[in-house]
Every structure is written in structure tokens, then in C-alpha cells.
Design a protein around this ligand. Sequence first.
Ligand code: HPA
Length: 281
Amino acid sequence: MSFSDPANALGALHAAAAYIRQRSGGFRPDTGIVLGTGLGGLVREVEIAHVLDYADIPHFPLSTVESHAGRLVLGALGGRRVAVLQGRFHYYEGYSMAQVVFPVRVLKLLGVQQLLVSNAAGGLNPDFRLADLMLIDDHLNLLPTNPLVGPNLDELGPRFPDMFAPYDAGLLARAEAAAGALGQAGTTRRGVYAALPGPMLETPAEYRYLRLIGADAVGMSTVPEVIAARHLGLPVLAASVITDLCAPGRLKPVVLADIFAAAAQAEPRLTALLRAVVAGL
Ligand code: HPA
């Protein structure tokens, strides 16, 4: 990040939040949700109050990935007021880290008190099956940088945020309880998510290395948003949908269509789980 990165300016964050407030009649979300690749279906469960295109929100980056819709959905879900980011920004698209986390910071300015995040990931743990859900309980940031590099935005959070518990134990417990109640215990795992820059998938040697250093799943997102959320003091729940198997012996060439098919298979379970967690907050 350069010192003059406009996405790291408080003024840009406040301008985006002010625009959203004005367009939504002062809607004040309490829960932020980021939906990952092929996982936009939760929006169908939301009683929608307002939809804003990212393109209309000042300073919002624009999604370059077709599978990401690029809309902010405000409404009610399970009795909570949610702000759903349907479409996220990835480092591999060429955005700065400040741009990648810009929407999460804006949600905090709008009032959210917790953040739920989903993604599609490759499974490294040999016990994982296709379309399992993995609740993330820790991460490895293997991206070349992170969103807190550069001048600290003191209004948002501290210079040196603690990362002892990046994923909230209370939310994890709620999610596991909800998975049990929904009959999903057999397909719901827990594990460590490694974030790599992409956009290419990893080589067999890289998958072996990632497993060796403690990763259960690998993807190209989520960690920057989680770092920004922890900087903001927001508790985080994050879940990966295992869209392809990368453990030795399971690895085969991956086509994007397979990733979408697995995401589509898991999506109703993810949607039910997130809905139950939100309803219990
Ligand atoms: N790597 C491997 N498989 C994946 C990824 C990734 O980053 N994302 C989804 N499936």
C-alpha cells in the first residue's frame, strides 16, 4: 500500500457510509455478511429493504469477477438487520489491500457489531469431502501483504491489533451447535484456512507444503477482511465451502465449473447455517 492510497483515507470511508445511510433512509445494520464465490444464495432469505450497486457507492471498488454480483443488500434476516456484501474484492484482481477491505470498514462505520464471511476453498485435510463446510478457527496469511500496512487509521483500531483469537469462540460454538441442530454435523468441519494470492491454483508441491505447515483448506480471500475486522474490533465467524480436494492422492486438474458445482451443492447448507447463527445472535 502506498502512503497515498485513497482507499486508506478515512474521508473515503465516511463518504461511502454517508451515501449508503442517505440512500437507505438511515438503515443501521447490526450484522455484516460477506458472501463468497457461488455462495450468494443467502440473499434470497433476506427480506430486502434496500439494494445498492457497488458502482453507485462513492470510492467502492468494482468487482471484476463474473461470479461476484457487486451489490450491497440491506434488510432483515432471522430478526437481525443485516448488510450483505454480495461480491468481494480479491488481491489477485489487482486491488490494493485497502481496497479489498474497504467494504468491511464501511460496514463497521454503518454500525455492524459482527462479521460473517464465506468463501470457496480447496480441501487439504485428507478427511474432508467435497462440499463439506469448514468453520475457520485460525488462518495462515500467505498473501504478500495485509491491509494494516501503512499509516494506521487510529479512528478504526490500534496500530498493533492482537490476533490471539481471530475467529470468535462464541460464534464458532453457536455455528457448531446450529450445524448439529440442522443435521449438518457430519459435513461441518473446523480448521485452518491458508490465504494465497492466486489467481492460479496451487501446484502439488505447494499443496503438500500447505498441509505440512498446518492448513486444512486454501483459498484466495477472507484473511484480509478478517484482519481488517479484528483491527476494527469486530468478532468474526468465517466458513469455507470445500469445492475441490487437494490432499495428496485426491488431487486432479480443477475446472471452474467443478468449483461452482460443489459450491452450489453446499450452498443450501451454508445458507441454513448462517441464517441460524444470525437468528441466534
Ligand atoms: N486453491 C485451491 N483450490 C481452491 C481454491 C484455491 O485457492 N479456491 C477454491 N478452491
